[in-house]
Design a protein around this ligand. Structure first.
Ligand code: NAD
Length: 337
């Protein structure tokens, strides 16, 4: 396998690269990442130093010439597209970069892959494209797309483009739609690392609205396994849902972290709700179970314990992300490991 991974310096991409390296030592992995604020090259610095089958390329998925030359130079056979602007709150402040990267960038990758004659293309999407659920039911792959935020609308745009590239050009594309991920290397603008940091510092813990919005939480390695299974076994043109079988309210997630850290609930501070905040997501992943043999392997309790332990043991990683030194390649965090 000669695989191009885009966005490999982000949260899920980093975990995916590390897992694929462990499971498939013979694969060539090329990581194309623009290194936006969310990309941290130090996450994979050791691989970059020591592994001649891992290659890092700094660049933009919107850049036609660059993507074409990476595909040719490395004789790429398959693509997994993680690259995206991924934070809903940022998309509310300014949707433009979300359209540029998540729609135009994804389309550019598909076009380059088509011209190159790629054998497999996995486009990584999200449960948020389906919109919001009431208290009952789950999203299946046939649930109509009804995105509510600029982020989810941009992801849905790329999903539709992926469908069109399959139907029109026969591009061997597959889509994964996964629920909320958590685990090591998540940027601390997202709920779990943010709450961890604030709780450790005895600062208020911001919780949107009444805290009763429900997400289906999945440990990041389980999502990465879903992407791997899709790459290896999925039916071309098909979308697959992935979830962690762990529906939790935001407030329960926050209370779980407080319990693990032995901190008081008085730190919780309810703040004005996010506009267009989806109430509930839940995933029916039975198709992935039947066709790919997927099943989430990490329970919410175990996954949270592992995640908090990782943040406890990697304080310098969090500090580097907070003070901006993560932007320097081979920073102190990396050297200390
Ligand atoms: P992230 O924000 O942590 O990482 C995104 C990565 O993409 C960064 O390394 C960034 O530098 C890179 N990137 C951004 N724009 C780029 C561009 N134009 N060209 C090249 N690289 C670029 O995101 P994440 O949480 O790891 O999510 C990865 C993917 O998974 C996204 O497509 C996201 O929509 C999807 N997803 C995320 C979740 C979740 O819970 N985090 C759930 C389902 C799906």
């Amino acid at each position: 396998m000669r695989l191009l991974i885009t966005g490999g310096c982000g949260f899920i991409g980093t975990n995916f690269v590390r897992l694929m390296r462990q499971r498939h030592p013979d694969w060539t992995l090329v990581n194309l990442d623009k290194l936006t604020y969310a990309g941290n090259r130090n996450n994979l610095a050791r691989l970059e130093q020591e592994d001649d089958k891992y290659h890092f390329v700094e660049g933009d998925i919107c850049d036609r010439q660059l993507v074409q030359s990476v595909l040719e130079e490395h004789d790429i056979k398959a693509v997994v597209n993680f690259a995206a602007e991924s934070h809903v709150d940022r998309s509310i402040n300014d949707p433009s970069p979300f359209v540029t990267t998540n729609v135009q960038g994804a389309q550019n990758l598909m076009e380059c892959a088509r011209i190159h004659g790629i054998e497999r293309f996995v486009h990584v999407s999200t449960d948020e494209v389906y919109g919001s659920l009431g208290s009952e039911g789950k999203f299946s792959e046939t649930t109509p797309l009804a995105p509510n935020s600029p982020y989810s609308a941009s992801k849905a745009g790329a999903d539709l483009m992926a469908r069109a590239y399959f139907e029109t050009y026969g591009l061997p594309i597959l889509i994964t739609r996964c629920s909320n991920n958590y685990g090591p290397y998540q940027f601390p603008e997202k709920l779990i690392p943010l709450i961890f940091l604030n709780a450790k510092a005895d600062k208020p813990l911001p919780v949107y609205g009444d805290g009763l919005n429900v997400r289906d939480w999945i440990y990041v390695d389980d999502h990465c396994t879903g992407v791997e299974l899709t790459l290896l076994k999925g039916r071309e043109g098909q979308a697959y849902n992935f979830g962690g079988n762990a529906e939790e309210t935001n407030i329960n997630v926050v209370k779980t972290i407080l319990q693990i850290l032995n901190k008081p609930e008085s730190l919780i501070s309810y703040v004005t709700d996010r506009p267009g905040h989806d109430r509930r997501y839940a995933m029916d992943y039975s198709l992935a179970q039947r066709e790919l043999g997927f099943t989430p392997s990490v329970s919410f309790a175990d996954g949270m314990a592992k995640t908090i332990e990782w943040y406890e043991n990697n304080g310098p990683w969090l500090q580097a992300v907070q003070n901006g030194s993560y932007r320097t390649f081979m920073n102190d965090w990396y050297k200390e490991r």
